[in-house]
Design a protein around this ligand. Sequence first.
Ligand SMILES: [Zn+2]
Length: 335
Amino acid sequence: MGTTVFSDIDWSKEGKQVGSLFLPHSPDDDAWGVIPFPAASIRNGDGPVVVVSGAVHGDEYEGPVVVAELLRKIQPDDVQGQLILLPAFNAPAMRAGRRTSPIDHLNLARVFPGDDFGAPTQQIARYVAENIFTLADFYLDLHAGGRTLFIQPSTHVVVSEGMAPELVRTNARLAEVFGVGITVQTTNMGDYRMPAAYTSVGGIPTLAAEMGMGGWVTGDSVKATREATHRFLKHTGVLPRIETVPGVPTRWTRINGAAAYVFAPCDGYFERRFELGDAIATGQVAGLMHHLERPEQEPEPVYFKSGGTLYAHGLVGHVRAGQNLAVLTQDISAP
Ligand SMILES: [Zn+2]
């Protein structure tokens, strides 16, 4: 049985095709409509099949900007193999500028391997898992911190129990070639429903990257994403002649379990007492929680449960109980 989603792109065809994935959708105001997800295939002869996606989350803009630029500029003569571009992987979320889809409120990075009988976000995941990731020799998934997160530019390499050492080495090499300052070796806390985790566990060399933050996009963040993406694509062999500039050496880190996260102990205003990149000691004060409803109560200190480097933190000051306030990384040796 095929998937519910269909496409006007023939993934086996030579040449450049710009089209869409179409997800049948029958909401209140449209009986027989579809949701279009822009996509492209640029294929030229034998060589690696490389998939690049942006907008898994709709409030992260560097990925869609750079993938769209590739879609406009790259011609079949530039390619050896096949470049598959998904600039709007979660198009409804992208159109709404939201992390999750406004249609079904699902996070595309929590639904793999997808479900033909599920909600729209699950259906698009299923199509890509079945029809595109099955072709892929490499996958690059471009993210950013979005509207709610400050984060250091970085790549993520998924390492799971039982992963082939050769795949770990290949992914490590991709991170080094990508050439941004920090690489986080992650187990995703055992959650493999993200597209990059799904492909990693499926044996496909994969890199995910966090290239911006705060729900804005700047010349610097786009340039950094473009340059790193070009290095990645040249390294895979799919764009053998693309011009590149050198990256920087990457520092290998990991997020060391639950103690690396600081969560809000209650609803309130969080007075943050740290900055991105700070060196943090175990037990250091992370900030103060000011009580909304109890002005007579002194603000409550919040502490770091472990030490490390301040890798990411929440953007808003008004937080609810359990909301993430900070994430630490610890340095490790290269795998
Ligand atoms: Zn994201």
